[in-house]
Design a protein around this ligand. Structure first.
Ligand code: FAD
Length: 460
């Protein structure tokens, strides 16, 4: 995602990936609303819709089964079920089409930064030089460790086995058992994945040495403990395990080196937010880093990445912790879960939690102003079609209902749309390339001040 965003601004990008082949683990439930919107803003919506399945947006907070309230503030108010390897493939294809270079089988082993750039050393000793380096290298990030950035938090207390395999008992027998166990154990599931293959998720007591992948025997034993039967599982496609550690990098930037995605934050997968959070980090960072490299970034722009994204990650860490507590089989948390389930009958509670988990409730702190300031704008109809269709190039956009204002010397970075739509109930809105509202008003001088704040000095 980040590589593609940088390419939109003509920045040369090299992606170094240590694995020679893409990973085939089907980890995620899907893309939540804000990530779908991000894809729509960059013209990727059709491609991802073709490869995914639209499902209702509700029912993800701690897997509490409540439908989403009516009228969520989005043109894409659904969950898109799409396996992680497919998203990775689509984003890689998109970045390459835009001109990014991807080198597989290249592990970053070391780096050094100075005033002009970063020298990166690969595991085979090859050295590369760049202006900036962004560690998108996952929860065990080498870049973060080499940077010496702390990753404080809570270690795993529970562990869950996850894998795909065939079963030796009829579907009806499985369905009945799964329903029975699901009454009290929210961390267990056995779902048909087609062609006789099931996805098995089963909790384990205690925490093991996570460097070792689990065996089929581990699954059988754990299934017998939790379900009283191992369902005759056999012929695994892949076997994996995950924990519930919650950690957040102390800093997202040290000089010319930055962190994004799991390298910056890890949390339990409950609610399905990790990949979504990382994609949105990249979407926030891309245009800012590009501006820095192209030389038009205002002095503090790059640091707004951490200022805006760190609190969002903090919030996700908190809500996943809460969801884990609500999924415990202990009587206390089960009582809290029953109470929250009742509270979610109130539209506002349900809406608040869905907006949180789908990230459409995110509001960056841009200072005092109307509620819309700092929020993302939903896709709205404009005379020229859809708003998001006008953001494909990753530029700023002024929506001007007064038809009196101009983006003047910023027209190489910011587009202008006069009399866009009656849907907006404010005179003018300045959108950043990530679709967040950077300014609302009708005064040219005030607008110019805000254009300078976000887009640097005018060209002439
Ligand atoms: C069981 C499970 C279910 C999940 N479900 C969901 C879900 O439904 N929704 C959701 O949004 N998220 C979900 N997640 C979380 C999601 O999988 C992660 O948040 C996401 O993969 C993070 O992406 P990333 O690119 O930051 O890191 P990763 O996916 O870990 O990618 C990091 C990449 O860096 C490479 N790398 C590592 N070290 C180096 C190095 N030194 N040099 C070069 N390359 C290196 C790795 O090979 C890897 O390809 C789930 C996770 C699990 C475990």
């Amino acid at each position: 995602m980040l590589a593609a965003e940088l390419r939109l601004h003509d920045v040369r990008v090299l992606v170094l990936e240590k694995e020679t082949e893409p990973v085939s683990f089907v980890r995620i439930v899907g893309l939540h609303i804000r990530s779908i919107e991000v894809m729509a803003m960059r013209g990727l919506l059709e491609r991802i819709l073709e490869r995914g399945r639209q499902r209702p947006a509700g029912g993800f907070f701690a897997a509490i089964n409540k439908p989403a309230p009516e009228g969520l503030d989005s043109a894409h108010a659904y969950l898109l079920g799409i396996p992680q390897p497919v998203i990775v493939h689509l984003l890689e294809e998109h970045a390459i089409e835009l001109g990014a270079q991807v080198r597989r089988g290249c592990a970053v082993a070391d780096f050094e930064q100075d005033d002009e750039g970063v020298t990166v050393e690969l595991a085979d000793g090859e050295q590369l030089r760049s202006h900036y380096l962004v560690g998108c290298d996952g929860g065990r990030s080498t870049v973060r460790k080499l940077l010496g950035v702390g990753f404080p938090g809570v270690p795993s207390r529970t562990e869950t086995l996850m894998g795909e395999m065939e079963v030796g008992v009829p579907q009806e027998e499985i369905a009945a058992k799964v329903t029975e166990i699901g009454e009290t154990n929210k961390r267990f599931s056995l779902r048909p994945f087609g062609e006789g293959v099931y996805q098995v998720i089963v909790p384990v007591a205690g925490v093991s040495d996570r460097a070792e992948p689990p065996t089929l025997e581990d699954f059988k034993q754990q299934l017998r403990t939790v379900a009283g039967t191992d369902f005759g599982v056999h012929s695994p496609r892949w076997l994996s395990r995950f924990g519930d550690a919650t950690r957040l990098a102390e800093r997202y930037r040290v000089g010319r080196v930055l962190l994004a995605g799991d390298a910056a934050h890890i949390h339990p997968p409950i609610g399905g937010q990790g990949l979504n959070l990382g994609v949105q980090d990249a979407f926030n960072l891309g245009w800012k880093l590009a501006a820095q490299i192209r030389g038009w970034a205002p002095e503090t722009l790059l640091d707004t990445y951490q200022a805006e994204r760190h609190p969002v990650a903090e919030d996700v860490l908190d809500n996943t912790r809460a969801q884990m507590e609500l999924s415990s089989t202990e009587p206390g948390p089960q009582a809290v879960r029953r109470l929250l389930t009742e509270l979610m009958d109130f539209d506002e509670v349900n809406r608040y939690l869905i907006e949180k988990i789908t990230a459409i409730g995110v509001r960056y702190d841009f200072g005092a102003g109307p509620d819309l300031l700092g929020r993302r704008l939903r896709d709205i109809d404009v005379k020229q079609g859809h708003l998001y269709g006008l953001l494909h190039r990753g530029r700023g956009l002024l929506l001007d209902r007064t038809e009196r204002l101009t983006v003047g010397g910023w027209s190489d970075r910011v587009d202008y749309l006069a009399d866009p739509t009656a849907v907006l109930d404010v005179p003018c809105v300045l959108l950043r390339p990530d679709g967040h509202v950077a300014w609302i008003g009708d005064d040219q001088q005030d607008l110019d001040d805000h254009l300078s704040r976000w887009f640097g000095k005018p060209a002439n």
